[in-house]
Write a protein that binds this ligand. Structure first.
Ligand code: AMP
Length: 419
C-alpha cells in the first residue's frame, strides 16, 4: 500500500517495522461535549484505513487515547456543577456510542490519560533527567532549543511560531508544559515536582510508548494537530533516547468544512453526529465521507449527503442479481485503496461491481468500508445496538449480554468496543 506521510511530504510505500504487524495511533477526542460531524470525518477515515489493512491480512493494533483531563473539561464540569470525572466519563460514553452508531469498530484499545499518570510522570522525569526539560514555579517545561528536529513535521520556522501559552516563567515562549503545577480539583496528582496535572502533548507519547515503544508505524489525526501537538510529540519522544523517526507515516485528514470553514465547537458551526444520524443512516454518512479523498477538505451540505444517499440507493437497486465475479472492478477497488486510500476511486469501482452483479465482492468490500451495499441497515437493528451501547456504558452488563445472546441466536453479528 502507498500512503502519504506529512513527514516526507510524499506518497510512500507503507513499509512497517514488522512485515505483518502494523501499529496505528490516532489522537482521540477531548471528552467534554458531544462529537460533531468533523470528528466523524476523521474517525471514519482511520476506521477504513485500519479495516483495509486488516483485510490485506496484516495484523493491526489500533490505539486511540481519550483526553479526559483538560482545561475544557475543568471549565465545563464547573459550569455544570459536576465532578471532572463524571463529566469526562459521560462524554466518553457518548463518544463511544456515536462511534458505534457510525459503524466504527476497528479500534483495539481506548486509553484514558487519567489512567496513565504513572507513565506520564515517568516520561517527564526522564526528559528532566536528560536535560531537555526544566522545572519552574509553575510547572515542568520542554526546552525546544534542546531539540534539533523541531519543526520537521510542520516545516515551520521555529522563530516565527508562537506559543499558545504565554508564561513568563518559561525560558523560551515556544517551550511547552509537560506538567502543570497547581491544585486543579479532582484531577490533581502528586509528582516529584509537586501536585499538578499533565500537559496535553505528553499524554499521547506516554500512552504510545507504553503500548508500542518509542517507534511505531502510523500516527493519525486531523490537519489541525500537526502544529503544535504532533510536533511536540516528536520532540518529546525523540528526546528520550534519540530514536528517529518516532513515526514514519504521519497521516492527517483534511477538514470537514461549513462554508469553507473548519467545523468546530468554538466557531459554533457544528452539527452533532447524533443529529445527523436522525436524518441519514450511517451507511449514507460513511458513503458521503468516503466520496472525498481523506486529505481534501470536505464541505458538509445537506445536498451532498442527500446525493450520497441517492448514489447508495442506486447501487442497492442495481445489485440484485448475482452474476459472478468482475475481476477488473475488484482489482480497481484494491488498486484505489492501495493508492493512498483513494476511496472516491474505490467507490467508483463499487458502482462497477454493482452494475455487473458481483454481489460477493460488494459484501466483502462493503465490510472494509463499513457500508452495507446490499441492504439498508435496519432501523430496528440500529436501535438495538444503541440500547446495548447505553446499557454497557451504564455498566448494566447482564441486560446487555442477554440482548447480545438473543441477537447472536438470531444470526446477527455482534461486536463490542472495549469500554
Ligand atoms: P478534538 O476533540 O477537537 O481534539 O478533535 C479530535 C479529532 O477530530 C482530531 O483529530 C481533530 O483534528 C479532528 N477534527 C476536529 N474537527 C474536525 C473537522 N472539522 N474536520 C476534520 N477533523 C476534525
Amino acid at each position: 500500500m502507498d500512503l502519504y506521510s506529512t513527514l516526507s511530504g510524499t506518497v510512500e510505500p507503507l513499509v512497517t517495522r514488522h512485515p505483518d504487524r502494523v501499529s496505528l495511533f490516532v489522537c482521540g477526542p477531548t471528552v467534554y461535549d458531544y462529537p460533531h460531524l468533523g470528528h466523524a470525518r476523521t474517525y471514519v477515515v482511520f476506521d477504513v484505513l485500519a479495516k483495509y489493512i486488516r483485510w490485506t491480512g496484516k495484523e493491526i493494533f489500533y490505539l486511540q487515547n481519550i483526553t479526559d483531563v483538560d482545561d475544557k473539561i475543568i471549565n465545563r464540569a464547573h459550569e455544570e456543577g459536576v465532578s471532572q470525572s463524571m463529566l469526562a466519563r459521560k462524554f466518553e460514553a457518548e463518544y463511544i456510542r456515536d462511534m458505534r452508531s457510525l459503524g466504527i469498530d476497528a479500534v483495539n484499545y481506548y486509553a484514558r490519560a487519567t489512567t496513565h499518570i504513572p507513565e506520564i510522570i515517568n516520561q517527564v522525569d526522564r526528559l528532566v533527567a536528560r536535560g531537555v526539560a526544566y522545572v519552574t514555579g509553575s510547572g515542568v517545561y520542554f526546552n525546544v532549543d534542546m531539540f534539533g528536529g523541531n519543526g520537521e513535521l510542520s516545516g515551520q520556522d521555529a522563530t516565527k511560531r508562537v506559543s499558545l501559552v504565554t508564561d513568563t516563567s518559561k525560558h523560551h515562549p515556544l517551550d511547552f508544559a509537560l506538567w502543570k503545577l497547581g491544585e486543579f480539583g479532582e484531577y490533581t496528582w502528586d509528582s516529584p515536582w509537586g501536585r499538578g496535572r499533565p500537559g496535553w502533548h505528553i499524554e499521547d507519547t506516554a500512552i504510545s510508548e507504553k503500548y508500542f515503544g518509542q517507534q511505531y508505524d502510523i500516527h493519525g489525526g486531523g490537519l489541525d494537530l500537526i502544529f503544535p501537538h504532533h510536533e511536540a510529540e516528536i520532540a518529546q519522544m525523540e528526546s528520550l533516547e534519540g530514536k528517529h523517526p518516532m513515526v514514519r507515516y504521519w497521516v492527517h485528514t483534511g477538514f470537514l468544512t461549513v462554508k469553507g470553514e473548519k467545523m468546530s465547537k468554538s466557531l459554533g458551526n457544528f452539527i452533532t453526529i447524533r443529529d445527523v444520524l436522525r436524518t441519514w443512516n450511517k451507511d449514507v454518512l460513511r458513503y458521503f465521507i468516503l466520496l472525498s479523498h481523506y486529505r481534501s477538505p470536505l464541505e458538509a451540505t445537506k445536498e451532498g449527503i442527500a446525493n450520497a444517499g441517492r448514489a447508495l440507493d442506486h447501487i442497492r437497486a442495481v445489485a440484485k442479481k448475482d452474476t459472478g465475479e468482475n475481476q477488473n472492478a475488484r482489482k480497481a477497488f484494491t488498486d484505489a485503496m492501495e493508492s493512498d486510500l483513494n476511496t472516491p476511486m474505490a467507490l467508483a469501482a463499487i458502482q462497477a461491481l454493482a452494475a455487473s452483479g458481483d454481489l460477493s465482492a460488494l459484501k466483502e468490500f462493503g465490510e472494509v468500508l463499513g457500508i452495507n451495499f446490499l441492504h439498508e441497515t435496519s432501523a430496528t437493528l440500529s436501535v438495538l445496538q444503541d440500547i446495548r451501547a447505553e446499557l454497557r456504558a451504564k455498566k448494566q452488563f447482564d441486560v446487555a449480554d442477554m440482548i447480545r445472546k438473543r441477537m447472536i441466536a438470531a444470526g446477527i453479528t455482534v461486536t463490542d468496543l472495549p469500554l
